[in-house]
Design a binder for this molecule. Sequence first.
Ligand SMILES: [Zn+2]
Length: 741
Amino acid sequence: MSDEHVLICVAWPYANGPLHLGHVAGCYLPPDIQARFERARGNRVLMVSGSDEHGTPITVTAETQGISPQEVVDKYHEINTKALMDLGCSWEPNIDPRGPEYGGALFNRTSDPEHYEIVSENFMKLMNAGLFERKVMQQYYEIRDEGGRFLPDRYVEGECPTCSAEGARGDQCDECGVTYEAHELKNPKSKMNPDASIEIRDTEHFFYRLDFFQEVLEKHANQRQGVWKPNVKAMTKQWLKMGLRPRAVTRDLDWGIPLPLEGNEWDGKCIYVWFEAVQGYYSCARLWAKRYSNSEDYEKWWKITESGKPPRHLYFLGKDNIPFHTVIWPAIIMGLNHANKGLDDSTPPALPGPGDLSLEDNVPAMEYLMLAGGQFSKSRKHAVWLPSFLERFDPDTLRYYLSINMPEAHDTDFNWPDFVEKINSELIAAYGNFVHRVLTLGSRLPNDRPISTFDNLSYCTDEMKKLETLHRQATSSLERHRYKEALRTVMSAAQLGNQMLQAAIPWKFLKDLDADGSEQSMAKLAFGWRLSRYLAIMTQPFLPFSAQRLWESLGESGDVALAPWDSAVDWNVSYKWSESEPTPLFQQLDLEEILSQEKSLAGQSPDSNDPGHSVKGGKKNNKEVKKMPEGTTHVDFETFMEVKLRVGKIESVSDHENADKLYVVAIDDGSESGRTICAGLKDYYTPEQMVGKSIVFVANLKPRKLRGIVSEGMMLAADDGNGGVKLVTIDGDITPGSQVR
Ligand SMILES: [Zn+2]
């Protein structure tokens, strides 16, 4: 699809600390890849986000550091904006080089006075439509000699009513995870002023009537069943199943957007941060249009056309924020549509139609990127910060590693040895070396017979076909937000190039260009230029910096990001060549060196109190950040339990007729028919040594055909990495088919 209006909404980072690599993998890199891909396909992309600058995460940081909230947000807005730009996230230029009708990007701030105006306007609309209710609630209040103040949840600490842990917050215990009413907390104290006396007082607030939208949200979720990922479907369903209740949209705090209401009774209250920051997706689009195009132009990215065509809305966020984007935000959008039509709560809400603001299409939420322990975990904060990472490494190395290791379906892990291994042996060995070889060999040709004279596609039809298939596959993966899979596909095109050169051995013909076979061999080398161009275009969404360097090395001009995605497989594009000396695309990384400098990166959080990311009310589970040995990846218990391990007894072992290394092993698995497993154990066991052993096998592995024989599972074996392999056996007799846990 091209020429579509695509709104890319990126979770708003809290401006109370620097971003770390977990944020990047979860929220900030995937939307940039998507935006670049959509633009290359000819779509009209508007990308919106900004710093979330209100709420208690900011005020707590400010009070802890003894500075003003404004100083906190000014500092981290600048640091984080710069880090995202340094990472190559395309927040600039604000206007697409093809013109504002193609969109652009805006990384704004919630402290923008025009964001205040839009939020206030929406607040009044929703209130006048009868979608708020007023309720009195109880809140802790700190009594002072002069005045006093209400204490939001993060400002109260006490003993958990359930597990008696110290340091439990006003509404939730981080230790055992329970939530409770404020008055249930034992020995409550003001966190900032523990000696002050505090008491519970009544305070009146507005609540958004989420319950009013229950049915229409269920309808919406049903419509998205075919689009959403399993984790998004599951969390949304869980929320809807619990039944929606009105949710407070105001609170007792002065750092935020003041209520747009007359009367002293509202002094000291502001609009709850979750309710206004989430509207940033909308305000940011309006402000982008006002500043960089025409004010009404935001409608192209927000409103369903009169003929009923919606823009495509993609929201990128971490898994802790899913219900905010599939339940709460859609409820606000439908409330605004309702109010815009002059309706009130006597008419049930409806799904958006022509002229209405559109709802989210896909929410490709990520799981978490974890961080290996070891040296890192000495730091209390246990993180690798983006700004300091980018001071030392090529941003494309991080983009590569996080893309190939993206926490799409389950949590993944960052650790230095794996980072170095993937950069050196995948990115450089496959991709970097291929293009460097093409450029170096090509530059060795004599001036009177430049490489372009060998360009002859008739020798390369096989390669062309394969590359076209890979292009289709990568496109389809990107359409489905499978970034890992897409990048692997692109890398396999580089592998194909290596194999092509290895088979063609063009270096042998460089000295004798008239030898037999030279024409074909040199045609393959010349095709290497076309394949490199293909790689520049297809790596661009993932690795924009190296793609641009390669683009220029190939003799192309302009911005590779403007090269149409499909032109990667245009084999008739005119042949170019750069006369400049080829330089390697990437630098090899040295693990020893990195580990010795690592302390300066690990947990280097100069002064921030809590850079933990919990955009818009999501809560970060601190339990996930525990010490673990380097190189470990966590899976949760449920994921582990999905693997069914069972005991089997080896009945017979025979050679696989079509595979030298494989045995065909018949196993008594407790069932009548038994099962067959193909195993690569020939180098380690004779059939006699295996028969009769009770082993452990994976029972629910998808059956695979291996050279004509279906293998139904996998036997577990230990591998010491030095040629030693031993089957996992059972200590004593037990019935075949027994479960292993
Ligand atoms: Zn507790």
